[in-house]
Structures are given as C-alpha cells and as structure tokens.
Ligand binder design. Structure first.
Ligand SMILES: [Fe+2]
Length: 312
C-alpha cells in the first residue's frame, strides 16, 4: 500500500478514535439540568455514539480487508475530519447555550437582590459556597449529584422570594408568626416559578427542601434521610452565607462565629456530615466565595431581626 494512503488511513482512524472518546466524555459530563431533555434525547445521543463506532468499524474494515486507493483514503480521512468539525461546533454551541442560560439565571437573581437589599449578593454567595462544598465531597457523595444542576439550584434557591410581599421581606423588626408562615412559602413559590422550565424538573425538589432540617422540624417536616443531598448542601451554604453577610437588621458575623453556629446546628438543623466537610475546607477558600460587593461593606450595628435569621 502506498505510504500516503497508509498515512491518511492511519490518521483518519486516530481522529475517529479521538472523536468517539470526546463524544463519550461529553455524554458522561453533560447529564445535567440543561441537557437532560427526557428519554428520547438520551436515546438519540446513544444512537449517535453507536453510529460513530459503526463508522470507525466500517473504516477499519475497508482499510484492512480491501485495497483502498488514494481516493478512498481521502474520502475516509476527510470523513473523520468532517465528524470532528461537527462535534467541535456542537460542543461550542452547547457551551455557549449553557453560559448564556447561567447569565439569564444570574440576571433573574439580580432582580431578587434589587427587590430585597438584604439579599444583595446572597444567592451568588450561596452558589459559590455550594460549589466549594461539592468540590470537597467524597467521591461516593459527589457521584450522586450533577454539578451543573447543583449550580443552578443553589443560584435559584431563593427565587420564590419574588413572591413574598416587600413589607415582610424588608421588615426591619422580628417577623410575626403569620409573617413567618408567608416567608416559609418561598421555596414552594420558587418551584412554581420554575415549573414552566421543563429542564428544571430535576432540581425542583432540591429548591423545595432547601430549608428542611435533619431533625424533621423544617418547613415540610421532612425526615432527615428523605431530604435530597443537594438540599442539605445548599442548606449549609445558605446558613453560612446568612450568618456572615451583613443585613439591614443584623451585622455580619465572623468566620469563627459562623463555625460555632454551624457546629451548633449540625445534627438538628443541618446535616452533620456536610457541616464537617465544610468546616474542613481551608478558611481562605471559604472567604474567597464572598461576593466582591459584599467585601466592601462594613458592619452595621443593628439589632438582629430574630433567631430564625439563619433559616430564611
Ligand atoms: Fe431560602
């Protein structure tokens, strides 16, 4: 066989193996909130993988059992290059869609923050802290959660506060029992807001139960073991953020204060395993999660609104 033909066939085969590897990694890494899309999409994606493998086998069959001429070698080689280009374009397009979706979610969070000055930066803070905890999860816990879905759920966990009257949301004094009843509806309001977005189906429960306590005394009185792992992670991040961010009705507390509060809440309000994982993270990494705009603010020495400050 001519050396040029051999070279083209070898290069083409290598490119096809590379394509199949990239596509397999893509299938593994993108089982997330944006790309789940139901069983049919999953079926088509697997079918595409089968066709790629079939193409590679056909390629090898022609190369080994026939005597390809230059034209056949060129067709095989450029066929592989064409598949590569299509895959690269598809990956880039999906990356752009994902980034833009995250930008839209952040814009929505900006609306919540603008409505409630107390939440200024809180959602972004919770998102960063949640993803930091995720980074430190042991492998067997990590495998239970999709990181992209977790990012959206943590960012949008308080979106339901858009449905809470401003008089309650911005009340500087302690809330009455009736007002707490209204405040406690924000997780379910959030789920209702997100319901039209089919891709968020998987994270509905994560948002719904982000205030559940492991001792079963949360908003829904859900038993600790029934609270989704993602909700338990968001809950720890949410509590730390609520303690360390300054609000109009309370000053910001220090990292050490927050550690004491988290230790106190472990096993009752919060999952003690997740608290332990969080407390083992180097302080500098936790500090780095603080949104830039919140670092510029000083403490305001005002009275706390109530004991549930860490729970709303
Ligand atoms: Fe909340």
């Amino acid at each position: 066989m001519d050396i040029l033909i051999l070279l083209l066939i070898l290069l083409g085969a290598l490119i096809m193996v590379y394509n199949i590897t990239c596509y397999s990694l893509f299938l593994r890494d993108t089982r997330d909130v944006l790309l789940s899309g139901g069983n049919n999409v999953g079926l088509w994606r697997k079918l595409a993988l089968c066709l790629l493998i079939f193409f590679l086998l056909g390629y090898l069959f022609i190369a080994i059992f026939t005597d390809p001429n230059l034209l056949v070698a060129l067709i095989l080689f450029f066929g592989s290059v064409f598949v590569s280009i299509v895959l690269i374009l598809m990956f880039r397009l999906l990356e752009t869609v994902k980034l833009r979706s995250l930008d839209i979610a952040k814009a929505l969070i900006g609306v919540i923050d603008a409505r409630d000055p107390n939440l200024n930066g809180h959602s972004l803070h919770v998102q960063s802290l949640t993803m930091l905890i995720y980074k430190y999860l042991p492998r067997q816990l990590k495998s239970q959660i999709n990181s992209v879905s977790l990012e959206y759920a943590s960012l949008l966990h308080d979106v339901g506060k858009l449905g809470i009257p401003e008089a309650i949301l911005n009340k500087p004094e302690k809330l009455t029992d009736e007002e707490w009843e209204v405040m406690r509806t924000h997780p379910s309001i959030g789920v209702r807001f997100l319901q039209p977005i089919k891709a968020f189906e998987d994270i509905d429960d994560w948002i719904r139960y982000h205030h559940e306590r492991v001792d079963g005394q949360g908003y829904y009185k859900l038993d600790g073991k029934d609270i989704p792992l993602a909700s338990r992670i968001i809950s720890v991040a949410d509590t730390y953020s609520a303690v360390t961010l300054r609000r109009s009705y309370k000053p910001a507390k220090t990292y050490e204060d927050a550690v004491a509060i988290l230790r106190d809440a472990a096993g009752t309000q919060l999952d003690s395993t997740i608290v332990d994982i969080f407390l083992a993270i180097p302080k500098e990494e936790v500090d780095a999660c603080m949104p830039e705009k919140m670092r510029e603010h000083g403490d305001a020495a005002e009275e706390p609104r109530g004991t549930a400050e860490t729970n709303a």
